[in-house]
Design a protein around this ligand. Structure first.
Ligand code: NAD
Length: 324
């Protein structure tokens, strides 16, 4: 299948390009930025510069490549989006509109949308149910979450009105040995990275912070599975998917199983802690499990055992990650 990615230069694109190429798909990777050096392994396929906020350029790239399926990854993530809400609106909202319109106008039959747990926020009536189901009132607290809610609704609209088959998942915080993109869940990855390179980490979240997390290989597999699922089996456009929901100090304990001397301290940053506290503690993903057989493979310790050697390799290769 000919598949086009937007925002291919990011954390998910890094792993998704290789997974698609390994399955024999023809991949056209696009991003605002040039191909990052960390994507050197993923030379398979073309790389095109594309700014999704530019409607004309988006349409032209779709007309040129005529993809059968599009994975729309381009976005400004939660913490970065709160620093620059206008940019988050332009990329996430207008960009998604432009991509959907390009799909409609060029006859792309399938669009895969990457939503997020940031669509949730505490409703006025009280805290979110734990676990949080797919269908609760959505009260996001960030511009990122606002635009992801709108993106989900646009996906359902384009499916109903224009026959662009849009489907996707609400990702938990994704963890992988790659540069994170400015999300509020980045503390979890830095517990691994700084344990390896500095012997410990001062987290920007409280020790009892608990949000849904997922290891990237499961996240990429979820995207591939929802993309290829039989439409007749899908009862909704966008699905909660879950793996595990550790407290920050449980992640620390899992790291210390492998690096016993690692020291962890907690200095919550009020801005990012407020975002984390507004998100679900865990997700009910029974619809994804029932409709398309979603099942995670990695639990917290399984991720830790696989991730730490990869983080070591990434650092040996000279990756520069500024702790934030
Ligand atoms: N990583 C996570 O934990 C997570 C969790 C939930 C949802 N998601 C979603 O998954 C998708 C991919 O996430 P990621 O972690 O790879 O993000 P990332 O920040 O690592 O990558 C996003 C990419 O989008 C590109 N981009 C920014 N502005 C653009 C523009 N105007 N035009 C084209 N490209 C532009 C950036 O250059 C970057 O390469 C996003 O839609 C994100 O909202 C990610």
């Amino acid at each position: 299948m000919k598949i086009l990615l937007t925002g291919a230069g990011g954390q998910i694109g890094h792993d998704l390009i290789g997974a698609l190429a390994a399955r024999g798909h023809e991949v056209v990777s696009t991003d605002l930025a040039p191909r990052p050096p960390s994507h050197a392994h993923a030379q398979a396929g073309k790389w095109r510069r594309l700014d999704v906020t530019d409607a004309g350029a988006t349409l032209a790239v779709f007309e040129e490549h005529k993809p059968e399926c599009v994975f729309h990854l381009a976005a400004i993530l939660s913490a970065s989006g709160e620093k620059n809400p206008k940019l988050a609106y332009d990329v996430n909202q207008t960009g998604t509109w432009n991509v959907l319109e390009a799909c409609r106008q060029t006859g792309v039959s399938r669009l895969v949308f990457t939503s997020s747990i940031a669509v949730f926020g505490p409703p006025p009536s009280g805290p979110l149910p734990d676990p949080t189901p797919d269908d609760v009132a959505l009260h996001p607290t960030t511009m990122y979450g606002v635009t992801k809610v709108a993106g989900e609704l646009l996906c359902a609209y384009y499916t109903q009105k224009h026959g662009v088959d849009c489907r996707g998942v609400r990702f938990p915080g994704l963890i992988s040995a790659a540069m994170p993109g400015g999300g509020s869940s980045d503390y979890a990855l830095f517990m691994y990275v700084d344990a390896v390179r500095k012997g410990g980490y001062d987290a920007f979240a409280r020790s009892d912070t608990r949000i849904p997390l997922m290891y990237m290989p499961d996240g990429v597999r979820a995207l591939l599975e929802v993309a290829m699922a039989d439409r007749a089996k899908l009862t909704r456009s966008i699905y909660n998917i879950a793996a595990f929901s550790p407290r920050a100090d449980e992640i620390a304990a899992s790291v210390q199983r492998v690096i016993p001397d690692a020291k962890f301290t907690y200095s919550p940053d009020p801005r990012r802690q407020a975002i984390l506290d507004s998100w679900p503690k865990s997700l009910d993903d029974s619809a994804a499990r029932n409709d398309w057989g979603w099942a995670h493979k990695y639990d917290l310790d399984g991720m830790t055992d696989d991730l730490i050697p990869r983080v070591r390799r990434m650092l040996e290769l000279g990756a520069v990650l500024s702790t934030h």
